[in-house]
Unconditional design. Structure first.
Length: 206
């Protein structure tokens, strides 16, 4: 088992590391067995049109605000309204998987905070619709720039299908560059008596 960890890490790029391997039950599903997951969406605010940062352009959405008055407080209020169980139809694209079509989802956390390079939208839930987090970020950024009223978020969450049918969804999914899956917690696995494969540093891999 430890040799498998060692060999996998030899083949993977240096930015990806396998830390631990364990056996799971036959019913385990990499998406369906999730208990909670967190996405962060990172944004860099540009005050000038030529203010792009080459070091973060692939990991953060570069948002031009030099022509728009951006309000982080508006974003925070709209993000708070997204917490709870809502109909997320207006915040998704059509999904292929059946479990992704259940539009009533609970978002346990949706917060916005400043960091060294701009700000971050942090979202937690058991599961998301297809492109849901990017839709959420796109809508929140339009609220921040004043292009979308905060009340539109609440209306979209009440009846997403009607909101879209009336042509009120004016936002697009935020660019993928800013989206990061931070972690996933899985439901406890039943104890089948099979030992977990230990961490690489706990054994001799020679």
């Amino acid at each position: 088992g430890a040799k498998l960890v060692f060999k996998l890490n030899q083949m993977l790029p240096s930015s990806v590391r396998v830390l631990w391997l364990g056996r799971v039950s036959d019913s385990f599903h990499v998406q369906g067995s999730v208990a909670l997951k967190q996405y962060n969406y990172y944004v860099r605010l540009m005050s000038q049109s030529h203010d792009e940062d080459p070091f973060t352009c692939e990991t953060r959405h570069q948002l031009s605000t030099f022509k728009l008055g951006f309000s982080l407080e508006r974003v925070r209020r709209a993000a708070a309204a997204m917490e709870g169980t809502h109909d997320w139809t207006a915040f998704s694209n059509n999904a292929n998987e059946e479990y992704q079509r259940r539009t009533m989802r609970e978002v346990t956390r949706c917060r916005c905070f400043l960091d060294a390079s701009g700000f971050c939208i942090q979202v937690q839930a058991k599961g998301f619709l297809y492109k849901q987090v990017r839709h959420m970020a796109g809508a929140l950024l339009m609220v921040g720039t004043g292009q979308l009223k905060e009340e539109a978020i609440e209306e979209a969450l009440r009846d997403g299908a009607a909101f879209v049918a009336r042509g009120k969804r004016v936002w697009k999914p935020a660019p993928a560059a800013g989206l990061h899956l931070m972690w996933i917690k899985y439901e406890p696995m039943p104890d089948d008596g099979k030992p977990a494969i230990p961490l690489p540093h706990q054994v001799n891999v020679n």
